[in-house]
Design a protein around this ligand. Structure first.
Ligand code: ZN
Ligand code: ZN
Length: 760
């Protein structure tokens, strides 16, 4: 007999790994132990060489559903005389490595069956889980992942639950989230006077269904925080939710009962369905078959709706009863992060909700729902928000990182941060717009939470070059406190680095053209960049082309009001005035024109603002109520044209438009104004604008002799643009983001890659 030690690293805690190994070992009559440690999972056992090999191969070849292995090894160690096989209590030793944190996973099939089986002891128990499903990341306070290190530490298992927990044959063997109606997590429905209206399952399910029918708004605590819900078909309820949330037109997500309900009302491809049913249970954008079957107030002006399946036991119970789709949107007050604490919910959410359903299990980190879409033609996956079920672990095993502990603080509007620790990259969930105080506090809290989880302190902090981003100021302050250095990374180079890193292009020996388009980021020359073409070659970045600078008129106001972008990009174009002047008061018109002719404002190359400008010129929108509204309306309009013309298109607004190192914005806007004056169809103009962007990418690629092209920046959340690129640039190797979003959520990762490229 020989003793073997097997080490497994990766996402192996909280996914049923120990019971899985235990059962395998018992079956083969092997003696030894398995243990969760801070390195991952450690196994030691006695076996012949042949048996050990067999056990090991079988283990790695048939992993539990939610496990992800990044490292595994087996080696002989000095003989230990084991008497049986056991699951040992987690080691508190801090070894020299770290484990990945499992994200939340949707209810598994077995638990769902039990939930709906009147004979099961967990019938209608809204917190049913097992080793294969349920909350994880949101409950963890410390590692390793054991009950006493999670929010479950305040509940004591009843005798039945304890038996399951200790029975190796049971699927709740070592299930840290185990509970049942006898040792239950307490739930209550309260009204605005904080009076409890219902506690037991049949009562709260019936009551909430009643409330929805009556057009009421109910805040419901989920895995990542509270969701605000109401009947999606009730025009008045939706209207009231919009008014109270001060959210006039930003789309709401819908939660539906089952797959059939989705198929009935939405066009859904196999790949989209797979995503909806995945363990992350994200919101997926789907095209509505018949807009009129829903309140038009759900996604005003848009064809695609955000849809999610009921995927927690609680949501399943409610939707099984109610059937009809409900609106399920993050439970927050205008401009503050999602609320996840009962007390805060009771204080604040009654501004919006008529009732609150809360439970007493504490959420340690809040998370919004993740949002994903697929482009209609190429079915290219685009992550719009990486949060619940997807964050915080990001795995790219092909990069050999520095041994330093690094914190990258990300950007501003779609903030995330990243921690590099022992070869693992943890990218936080989407943490929102850091301009508000509450969002800043939440961001700080979650950074601290991460550093505490691993008991680490960074030795380097990466920040965006923009000195006024909260994330930059926070990073600088933290560096000062810790007496460690900071390293600044230009925003668009971070974007480019992120897409290079995600596609393993760091060591590429042929030039890659980076097309990096977004709303804004501070450039190296002090201008606001956002329409950039970089070349990456031999670990070197150079800025090859950029959209011609135009005045960044009125700074921040420009991003809120597309009419200002229209004016700033077209004010000196003949024939433009008749489309512009009506958008402004006389005073505004005089003042803004004066500002433009005196050339005193900041300048910008932002393509995001050019989208706004075109949307405004085409009469779609002059003031937006949420970020990206103008671009979405423009995409929608152009898509109408392409629906009847497939993706073929020939005419571009960029004819002779490449000069020295700039792309002419003037040529573009002049072409659009001319077409408007010719009274061409607006959907044609919108389509031609989209195609022109693809044409100019091709021109730049030709000029740079690049056949690899990588895309990043918020502009590439545009499905139509991505489909056109994939259709018209087939002869190129195209690289998009895969598991990360193209928007500023990827900046923290890009900062790390940029630093890696420049220092290793
Ligand atoms: Zn389960
Ligand atoms: Zn119990």
């Amino acid at each position: 007999m020989i003793t073997w030690q097997i080490l497994i690293k990766g996402q192996v805690q909280g996914v049923g790994f120990r019971p899985y190994i235990y059962n395998k070992a018992i079956k083969l009559n092997l003696k030894g132990y398995v243990l969760n440690s801070t390195i991952g999972v450690q196994i030691e056992l006695n076996a012949s060489k042949k048996n050990a090999e067999e056990f090991y191969q079988d283990l790695i070849g048939n992993l539990p559903k939610n496990a992800i292995v990044t490292y595994n090894s087996i080696e002989k160690i000095p003989f230990i005389p084991f008497k049986n096989f056991e699951i040992r209590h987690s080691s508190s030793l801090k070894l020299d490595d770290a484990t990945l944190i499992a994200p939340e996973t949707t209810i598994c099939g077995d638990c769902k069956n039990e939930l709906l089986d009147p004979k099961n002891r967990r019938y209608r128990y809204p917190f049913i889980t097992c080793t294969n499903c349920g909350p994880r990341y949101s409950l963890i306070q410390e590692l390793p992942y054991d009950r006493e290190n999670t929010s479950m530490n305040t509940y004591t298992m009843c005798s039945n639950c304890s038996l399951e927990y200790l029975n190796p044959a049971d699927k709740r063997f070592y299930s840290q989230t185990n509970s049942c109606p006898n040792c239950s997590i307490k739930l209550k429905l309260i009204d605005s006077s904080l009076k409890t209206v219902a506690t037991d399952a049949s009562a709260w399910i019936d009551k909430i269904a009643e409330l929805w029918t009556a057009g009421k708004i109910v805040a419901i605590k989920g895995l990542g925080g509270f969701l605000l819900t109401c009947d999606a078909n009730n025009e008045n309820a939706v209207k009231s939710l919009r008014a109270k949330k001060r959210r006039p037109s930003k789309p709401f997500a819908l939660m539906v009962a089952n797959v059939e309900a989705i198929k009935r009302d939405f066009e859904v491809s196999d790949i989209e369905m797979k995503e909806l049913k995945s363990s992350a249970a994200p919101i997926v954008l789907l095209k509505n078959k018949n807009v009129h079957s829903y309140s038009k107030k759900i996604a005003p002006g848009l064809t695609h709706y955000g849809i999610m399946l009921a995927s927690t036991p609680l949501h399943i119970l409610l939707l099984n009863k109610y059937k009809g789709p409900i609106i399920a949107t993050s439970g927050n007050i205008h401009n503050i992060p999602i609320i996840y604490d009962n007390k805060v919910a009771e204080e604040k959410l009654f501004e919006i909700a008529d009732y609150i359903l809360e439970d007493d299990r504490e959420i340690r980190v809040s998370q919004d729902d993740s949002v994903i879409k697929f482009t209609p033609i190429a079915q290219q996956k685009i992550i719009l928000r990486r949060s619940k079920g997807l964050a915080p672990t990001y795995i790219n095993p092909k990069i050999n990182w520095t041994a330093q502990i690094i914190l990258a603080t990300g950007a501003l509007l779609k903030s995330t941060f990243l921690v590099l620790h022992k070869q693992n990259t943890y990218i936080s969930q989407y943490l929102g717009n850091l301009e508000g105080f509450e969002a800043q506090e939440n961001y700080k809290k979650i950074v601290q939470h991460f550093l505490q989880l691993f008991s680490i302190q960074p030795s380097l902090i990466l920040i965006d070059k923009h000195p006024e981003y909260f994330s930059s100021m926070f990073g600088l302050q933290l560096a000062k406190d810790y007496k460690i250095p900071t390293y600044k990374v230009q925003h668009h180079l971070a974007h480019f680095s992120a897409v290079l890193g995600e596609n393993n292009l760091i060591e590429t020996s042929v030039p890659v053209l980076g097309v990096i388009w977004d709303g804004m980021g501070l450039g190296d020359d002090g201008a606001i960049w956002g329409g950039e073409f970089f070349i990456y070659n031999n670990r070197n970045f150079s800025r090859a082309f950029h959209f011609e600078y135009y005045d960044y008129l009125l700074a921040d106001k420009m991003s809120e009001e597309p009419r200002i972008s229209a004016l700033a990009t077209s004010w000196d174009i003949p024939g433009a005035n008749e489309h512009l002047q009506e958008k402004f008061s006389e005073t505004e018109w005089k003042l803004y024109n004066k500002m433009l002719s005196s050339k005193t404002s900041i300048i910008s190359s932002s393509v995001g603002r050019i989208f706004d400008a075109v949307a405004s010129l085409l009469g779609l929108i002059d003031k937006q109520t949420y970020e990206g509204e103008a671009a979405m309306l423009l995409e929608n309009l152009a898509s109408k044209y392409f629906t009847s013309n497939h993706l073929t298109f020939k005419e571009s607004y960029f004819i002779k438009s490449l000069y020295l190192n700039t792309v002419s914005v003037k040529d573009l806007m002049q072409g659009i104004v001319e077409d408007l004056n010719l009274e061409l169809d607006k959907d044609f103009i919108a389509a031609k604008f989209h195609f022109s962007l693809v044409a100019i990418i091709k021109k730049v690629a030709e000029k740079q002799n690049a056949y690899k092209i990588a895309f990043s920046g918020g502009v590439f959340q545009n499905s139509l643009l991505v489909d056109l690129i994939k259709f018209h640039l087939k002869e190129y190797e195209l690289y998009f983001h895969k598991e990360l979003s193209p928007n500023d959520e990827n900046i923290s990762f890009g900062q790390l890659i940029y630093h890696h490229i420049n220092t290793t």
